[in-house]
Design a protein around this ligand. Structure first.
Ligand code: URA
Length: 439
């Protein structure tokens, strides 16, 4: 088998066999196949797509590129949640402690920033000392002790995703439903979970912008999970504007702590309660989703979720004092506002541009080797539907280097659409896929 023939076959729209997919994934994981050939293959997949059997084979090959966890010795249900990626989406940092505080086990394997979106691992690493590269032994030990641990794909677990994910990030090959499905589901199926809640984003800040595409991806992932014997639902949620008020690694940790403290922006709190409710329901802690929501809210009101986050940070080597003193997190040296050019209402935001502005400031990567700046980011002063006067701040940029400031400013200014009419509000959760199989 020659890699070049397989690239050409896919480029021409052909279907790959399970054996060919195994050959490619094994060869790339062991470094026998170089980055440039896999980059070309990923681009061919992005253009040509994959059949359901190719996606199943790819997910399986990536899952088997490393070890899988058997957590059956832990008595509680193992439930995770994963997002397809958005701007300001820090829900993992909030729902994982809520679910663990409510007696679920959450073995979370997450990703880094991808394209214009942020990643849980980069956010967690903005907490001084926080180690997302735990060995499997430590991952298990922490799960057994506190019910939650958060790591990335490693040399041990889904190493194929670790390599492919980093390559997709810098080769404009993220936006492929097949690649997103295989990336997410291989990590999640390696975790030894009983159930999974997916947050599939739709709108201008999502990878798959049209709701129809997002629903297609959700159905694909729910089906892949079901075939592997897991209870899976997918919430289709709005990413036409950033979630919450902040985007940028350390700034999102601060906002997550605010939510765990009972404050924070209403949209972020609502989505976190909804996601946690489904986790409690699928994990059989409650007989209905509304009761799951009450249980989730209780974890915040009682302070248990915040204490759980503190414990996770401590056990993963981080500075737990950030919970009480978020000012210990990295902070950018300068701020500047982008202001409204006119009176009116925020009609729409091009959310992808806002994410790209964050990346330009240093919050994300342009090459695999790029080190990110944990302190920089954006605070959204106005959201969709808000009234503004000319000169009001729409967004505050937190930056360290002026190098790409003008570019970021232009992206942000171009992102906000101000009109004379108030914008119609969209529901945050548009629909739930896979729920019918659950009742
Ligand atoms: N999150 C992942 O883990 N993988 C993707 O491809 C997209 C979002």
């Amino acid at each position: 088998m020659r890699v070049i023939d397989l690239i050409r076959h896919k480029r021409q729209g052909g279907e790959m066999t399970r054996a060919q997919i195994n050959f490619l994934i094994e060869g790339y994981t062991s470094a026998d196949i170089p980055d440039y050939q896999i980059a070309a293959l990923l681009m061919a997949i992005l253009w040509r797509g994959m059949t359901h059997s190719e996606i199943a084979a790819l997910t399986d090959a990536m899952l088997r590129s490393g070890r899988t966890l058997d957590l059956s010795d832990l008595p509680s249900k193992k439930v995770d949640k994963h997002s397809t990626g958005g701007v300001g989406d820090k829900t993992s940092l909030i729902v994982a402690p809520i679910a663990a505080a409510g007696d679920l086990v959450v073995p979370m394997i997450s990703g880094r920033g991808l394209g214009h979106t942020g990643g849980t691992l980069d956010k967690l690493e903005s907490i001084p000392g926080f180690n997302v590269n735990l060995s499997l032994v430590d991952f298990r030990r922490i799960l057994a002790k506190c019910g939650c641990a958060m790591i990335g794909a490693t040399e041990e677990i889904t190493p194929a995703d670790k390599k492919i994910y980093a390559l997709r990030d810098v080769t404009a090959t993220v936006e492929s439903p097949a690649l997103i499905c295989a990336s997410i589901m291989s990590k999640k199926l390696a975790e030894g979970i009983d159930a999974l809640v997916l947050d599939v984003k739709t709108g201008s800040g999502a990878f798959l912008k049209a709701e129809k595409e997002a629903v297609g991806l959700a159905e694909l992932m729910v089906e892949t999970g079901r075939r592997m014997g897991k209870r899976v639902v997918a919430l289709i949620s709005d990413m036409d504007q950033p979630l919450g008020r902040a985007a940028g690694n350390a700034m999102e940790v601060v906002e997550s702590i605010e939510i765990l403290d009972g404050g924070g922006p209403a949209d972020l709190r609502e989505l976190c309660l909804e996601l946690s409710a489904w986790m409690f329901y699928l994990g059989e802690r409650v007989p209905s989703v509304p009761e799951g929501k009450r249980l989730a809210a209780d974890q915040i009101i009682s302070g248990r979720a915040k204490e759980k986050f503190r414990e996770i940070i401590r056990l993963q080597g981080g500075d737990e004092a950030v919970i009480d003193r978020p000012e210990r997190l990295p902070k950018a040296q300068h701020t500047v506002d982008v202001t409204s050019p006119a009176d009116g209402y925020v009609q729409a935001t091009d959310c992808e541009k806002l994410g790209l502005a964050c990346v330009a400031l240093g919050a994300g990567r342009n090459t695999k080797e790029h080190a990110i700046d944990p302190a920089v980011g954006l605070v959204f002063q106005r959201k969709k539907g808000d009234a503004v006067r000319q000169g009001d701040a729409l967004c505050t940029i937190h930056y360290n280097s002026p190098a790409h400031l003008d570019y970021a400013r232009r992206l942000i200014a171009a992102s906000f659409q101000i009109t004379g009419e108030p914008a119609a509000r969209q529901p945050l959760v548009r629909r739930v896929i896979g729920a019918s199989g659950e009742s």
